[in-house]
Ligand binder design. Structure first.
Ligand code: GTP
Ligand code: MG
Length: 365
């Protein structure tokens, strides 16, 4: 292992399972490199994804609880532990002090968690006062959620959404073809074999899912474990009480398979009936995103879309421009007296233009 680490000029060695304190210590001593195990890595990822105060407290608590017994006093980077505990532990003499500090920090975190939970109802109410619905990107790790998040929001980021981006890089607002605005939220990837102690920390990072109105379930279509991953994700969604939300299955990485194969999988997933809609895309190549946006528009609950035909005399030009900015015009005919258009828009938009309606064409869905 040392030879291999040397050969690759490794910065650290990562084990794909849990290590005991003794194993960790012995390995670090023998390899003279930082050693990480699976749980530590997962915790690091959670730490990067925790958004709410409760989420970060829960993750930090899990980190400390896991790391405390594994402190060796040598090569342990105390700065990695949040809360400004200090720089690198200088040696064995420091060990006991470190342990005591961590013990105090754990007790403090537990107390804080308690009080944060008490205020949670109020926080939630405040968040729901933000007039934008949240669409959560969920999926097994490595499915391409972050890539899709960037593809959906790049070049489509609203000016007033920058506030969200600075507050939290994993949430951004953007506009659907109907001009309705939604927040889209990237989430931490789902992982199987999650160590039992981490389940709570994991859930805490997924509050956004619980509060979303819809989920985009991203799956790597080219993975042989595709089916197992879909089921695993749906199982967690069920545990989060989020399985009843409208869900679009997004078959990502279609560039890795043939068109026929993509169509076959799409048809079979659609037939399975587990998801409201199934869309095939490549987030990397920017393919299929238009269809995905239309599917999102059609599945977004509340203020449903429908198609209406309107007639605007020239005197009502401002109403026509209102429709252009709040709906999707699918047909337009100009004549001497005015304009006739067919538009897909939210019910609330149609309501404001009711006087101009010629006939209600059809419900979109
Ligand atoms: N070929 C191909 N690769 C893709 C596509 N989308 C994402 N990837 C690649 O898949 C890998 C994982 O993508 P991410 O977007 O980080 O996946 P994720 O779901 O956010 O992963 P976690 O955050 O770890 O759960 C990256 O190497 C991407 O470049 C795609 O459409 N086609
Ligand atoms: Mg990601």
């Amino acid at each position: 292992l040392r030879i291999a680490a040397n050969e690759f000029d490794a910065d650290f060695v990562l084990f794909d399972h849990e290590l005991t304190a003794t194993q960790l210590r012995n390995l670090e001593k023998q390899l003279d490199l930082r050693v990480l195990d699976r749980t530590q890595l997962i915790l690091d990822i959670f730490a990067g994804h925790a958004r709410t105060r409760e989420g970060s407290l829960q993750v930090e608590l899990a980190q400390l609880q896991y790391l405390a017994p594994r402190l060796t006093g040598r090569g342990v980077e105390m700065s990695r532990l949040a809360g400004g505990i200090g720089a690198r532990g200088p040696g064995e003499t420091q060990l006991e002090t470190d342990r005591r500090r961590i013990g105090r920090r754990i007790a403090k975190l537990e107390a804080q968690l308690e009080s944060v939970r008490a205020h949670r109802g109020r926080q939630r109410k405040k968040r729901s006062a933000v007039p934008l619905s949240t669409v959560a990107l969920v999926g097994y790790t490595n499915a391409g959620k972050s890539t899709l998040f960037n593809a959906l929001t790049s070049g489509n980021v609203l000016a007033d959404a920058r506030m969200f981006a600075t507050l939290d890089p994993t949430i951004r607002a953007f506009e659907l073809p109907s001009h309705r605005r939604v927040l889209v939220s990237d989430t931490v990837g789902f992982i199987s074999r999650l160590p039992p102690g981490l389940v709570r920390a994991f859930r805490a990072t997924l509050e956004e899912v619980t509060e979303s109105v819809m989920c985009l379930h991203v799956v790597d279509v080219s993975s042989p474990q595709r089916r197992a991953h879909i089921q695993e994700v749906n199982k967690v969604l069920e545990e989060l009480d989020a399985r009843d939300k409208p869900q679009i299955l997004v078959l990502n990485k279609c560039d890795r398979i043939t068109l026929e194969e993509a169509e076959r999988i799409r048809a079979s997933e659609f037939a399975a009936g587990e998801h409201l809609d199934v869309v095939a895309i490549s987030a990397l190549k920017n393919e299929g995103l238009d269809q995905l946006l239309v599917a999102m528009d059609g599945s977004l609950p509340g203020d449903p879309l429908s198609t209406v035909r309107y007639r605007f005399p020239h005197t009502e030009a401002d109403k026509l421009s209102f429709l252009y900015s709040h709906g999707r015009i699918t047909e337009r005919v100009d004549d001497e007296e005015g304009v006739e258009v067919t538009a897909e828009a939210a019910a609330s938009v149609h309501q404001r233009l009711a006087d101009q309606a010629v006939k209600r064409a059809q419900d979109s869905r």
